[in-house]
Design a protein around this ligand. Structure first.
Ligand code: BGC
Length: 463
């Protein structure tokens, strides 16, 4: 029996223990033994025979959780974020440190995800590990991600691989990040190398996570931003300071930089990255993940269309040329001249957003109308210490998603954000987005009731 057959049949048929099978599978895939693996075969068949037909999701629907490397792996020491987290007076509440040590604990985390009932896992590569110095690529780190992909297949999880999720190699940020004229070529080279090493195991590839965020920051309203300042303006002030502290006058990263220049750099990088990936594996489904709030017009002086054109416009156009679009949404925004504060009395989540799970239904409808490509909800969730609110959030979000699917919209899957309580960027470890709690000292995982609720929906493929 080939390793591929063993992976498909599970450990019962081979007589091997799960640990032995994982070891054998990892060794085989690292050696390139699964090069013919087709992503379509990896979607675990969902069983929904006993469920009420009206509540059933489409066959082969992907149910998963999402993470991002810097937020869970730990010790991402060659990245721009690690550097900034350790500057005196840093804007980060705390450094990422060991994070959830997912770098070492991924085998148990991936097994847990599968045991909960999911059939997909969205995670990201850490470019700073793979190319820690410009032009130096680490095969050992590429092999690490190959083992992660192999572990997904062993557990019948379709892997959704994001090539870039916010954090950058430090050397790239020092050279101007996405504002550097050579950024797109440098990034495409990385994507090509990564696809050569990993592409045969990828279910869905994403060139980048939320490349519209630098523009979104011009519209966003966040607690703690000084009056009269946009989030983007506040970030500019932080950037000036970081450049001084690092003695790096060109330094720019994903959040800190010129929004428009960053967007142009990212658009060029996306196009070249997509071509690079396809040049290696033409049949690999390639898209990207777009941050979208459920934009609703303020009763007066609404600039909603202007916001949409500014933030989403060029990216929706790019999505029309992709195999799929990943849609990521958490709440709504009432759009006046900028995004207004949440309505008086609205329930707020831990990161100051309005509790508004219907955003999924609205945003998916809008994205489908605009792009006509298959969609995947690649992030949706809520920051709360009260897991009962998380359960209600997911139930309402999924009821909305079902309505859209019943209306004929092509949605291929739903990834909850996030598998683990993790490093929420500038806000450190305070906001709790996880379906699973993590003790940061012992790395012990504790499954929350919401994980079981969502996992059971996934297992039944039905609400
Ligand atoms: C990002 C994640 C982040 C999540 C919750 C998304 O914008 O992709 O990295 O943790 O939102 O804030």
């Amino acid at each position: 029996m080939s390793t591929r057959d063993q992976l498909k049949s599970g450990n019962g048929a081979t007589g091997m223990s799960r640990r032995e099978l994982l070891r054998a599978a990892s060794a085989a895939v690292v050696a390139g033994g699964m090069s013919n693996f087709s992503f379509a075969q990896s979607a675990a068949g969902n069983s929904s025979t006993s469920a009420d037909k009206g509540k059933v999701f489409p066959e082969k629907f992907l149910w998963g959780c999402a993470t991002a490397a810097h937020q869970v792996e730990g010790n991402n020491t060659n990245s721009d974020f690690w550097t900034m987290e350790h500057l005196p007076g840093s804007m980060f509440k705390e450094p990422s440190g060991d994070a959830c040590d997912h770098y070492h604990l991924y085998p148990q985390d991936i097994a847990m995800l599968a045991d909960l009932g999911f059939n997909a896992y969205r995670f990201s590569l850490e470019w700073a590990r793979i190319e820690p110095e410009e032009g130096f690529f680490s095969n050992a780190e590429l092999d690490h991600y190959r083992r992660m992909l192999a572990a997904c297949h062993e557990h019948h999880l379709t892997p959704l691989l994001t090539y870039y999720h916010f954090s950058l190699p430090r050397w790239f940020a020092i050279k101007g990040g996405w504002e550097n004229a050579k950024a797109a070529d440098i990034y495409a080279r990385f994507c090509e190398k990564a696809t050569r090493h990993l592409g045969d195991l990828v279910g869905y590839a994403s060139t980048m996570n939320e490349p519209d965020v630098p523009q979104l920051l011009n519209w966003f309203n966040l607690p703690g931003v000084p009056a009269g300042m946009s989030v983007a303006q506040m970030m500019q002030a932080v950037l000036a300071n970081v450049r001084k502290q690092l003695n790096a006058p060109e330094f720019a990263d994903f959040f800190l930089g010129d929004g428009k220049k960053t967007r142009d750099g990212l658009l060029a990088a996306h196009a070249k990255a997509k071509d690079a990936m396809k040049s290696v594996r033409a049949d690999m489904p390639v898209g990207f993940n777009l941050a979208m709030t459920d934009d609703q017009p303020a009763p007066e002086d609404s600039h909603l269309e202007e916001k949409r054109a500014d933030v989403y416009g060029p990216w929706l156009e790019a999505a029309r040329h992709c195999d799929y679009l990943g849609v990521q949404t958490y709440s709504r925004s009432i759009v006046g001249k900028k995004d207004l504060a949440a309505p008086k009395g609205a329930e707020l989540t831990q990161n100051g957003m309005e509790f508004y799970p219907e955003c999924v239904e609205h945003v998916v409808r809008y994205a489908s109308q605009e792009t006509k490509v298959p969609l995947m909800v690649t992030e949706n969730g809520i920051a709360t210490e009260d897991d009962t609110r998380r359960v209600e959030y997911y139930q309402r979000a999924l009821a909305g998603l079902k309505r859209v699917i019943d209306d004929g919209v092509d949605v291929r899957g739903y990834m909850a954000w996030s598998l683990l309580d993790n490093f929420e960027w500038q806000l450190g470890y305070t906001p709790k987005f996880g379906l699973v709690a993590v003790d940061l000292k012992t790395q012990k995982r504790t499954i929350k009731p919401s994980a079981a609720v969502l996992g059971n929906i996934a297992r039944r493929n039905a609400l």
